[in-house]
Design a protein around this ligand. Structure first.
Ligand SMILES: [Mg+2]
Length: 135
């Protein structure tokens, strides 16, 4: 079985697709999607950052005025879960587009950031703690 959209064709096995899809293939698919629509002219860094924030807020909106237990319960509803997936995908689209248009190595940046987080939050002091590293 294949899943397709524009420049991206991924073979869907009976596994989690995240395990077999590269960041690069997603960036290439986003590039083709935008190039086909001549959207590069609208995709300055400021506007893409605004898009990232806007979509993140659409994700937040799904949870507004709901308790933690209500959210946990709602995540068992396939329709609600699909809406969460859609908003996360919207955020991911902008993250991929920013990194693609600005030649940012997202994987390298993520690894560097996680290394920094590991230093800020060593397991010995951060385990089971919700304190910020400088508190
Ligand atoms: Mg959205």
């Amino acid at each position: 079985m294949y899943l397709k959209f524009d420049g991206l064709t991924i073979t869907k096995h009976n596994t989690v697709m995240d395990e077999s899809t590269t960041v690069s293939s997603l960036k290439n698919a986003v590039k083709k999607f935008c190039d086909d629509r001549d959207w590069g002219q609208f995709h300055g860094l400021k506007d893409l950052a605004i898009g990232t924030s806007t979509e993140a807020n659409e994700l937040l909106e799904l949870f507004r005025f709901k308790t933690d237990s209500e959210i946990i319960q709602k995540m068992n509803d396939p329709v609600f879960k699909a809406r969460v997936e859609q908003e996360l995908s919207d955020v991911l689209f902008f993250v991929l587009r920013i990194s693609q248009m600005n030649n940012l190595d997202l994987t390298q940046a993520f690894i560097h950031k996680m290394q920094s987080n590991s230093e800020k939050y060593p397991v010995e002091t951060a385990r089971s703690s919700n304190k910020k590293y400088n508190e």
